[in-house]
Design a protein around this ligand. Structure first.
Ligand SMILES: Nc1nc2c(ncn2[C@@H]2O[C@H](COP(=O)(O)OP(=O)(O)OP(=O)(O)O)[C@@H](O)[C@H]2O)c(=O)[nH]1
Ligand SMILES: [Mg+2]
Length: 90
C-alpha cells in the first residue's frame, strides 16, 4: 500500500477491509507493506496504522498463535529494501 499517496488512503483502507472480510481469505496470513516511505510526505508507521485501522497486529517477530487468529502485520517499506532483504513468507 502506498504510504505516500495521502489522497487515496481511504480507498486503500476500504480495499484492505474488503480483503480482510473475504471468507475465502479467512485463513490467509496478511503482510501489509506501507510502501514508498522514502517519498516526501510519507506516513510514519504509527500514522499508517492509524489510517488503515491496523492497531492490533500479531507481531513482527516469529509468533506462535495459540488461538485461531489470522496472522497480520504491518511493515514499512521502500523499494531499496528489496535489495537488502528477502522476505520469507513461509
Ligand atoms: N519513491 C518511491 N517510489 C516507488 C517505490 N516503489 C515504487 N515506486 C515508484 O512508484 C511508481 C508506481 O507507483 P504509482 O505511481 O503510485 O502507480 P501505481 O500504484 O501502479 O498506480 P496507481 O494505482 O495509479 O497509484 C513507479 O514509478 C515506481 O518506480 C518506493 O518504494 N519509493
Ligand atoms: Mg499508486
Amino acid at each position: 500500500m502506498d504510504a505516500a499517496d495521502l489522497e487515496r488512503l481511504t480507498e486503500a483502507k476500504v480495499e484492505l477491509s474488503k480483503l480482510l472480510t473475504m471468507e475465502d481469505l479467512a485463513d490467509v496470513p496478511f503482510l501489509v507493506l506501507g510502501n514508498k516511505i522514502d517519498a516526501e510526505g510519507a506516513l510514519s508507521e504509527e500514522e499508517f496504522r492509524e489510517a488503515m485501522g491496523l492497531w492490533q497486529t500479531t507481531g513482527k517477530a516469529e509468533v506462535h498463535l495459540t488461538e485461531r487468529i489470522r496472522p497480520i502485520e504491518v511493515f514499512m517499506w521502500y523499494v531499496y529494501f528489496s535489495r537488502l532483504f528477502t522476505v520469507d513468507l513461509c
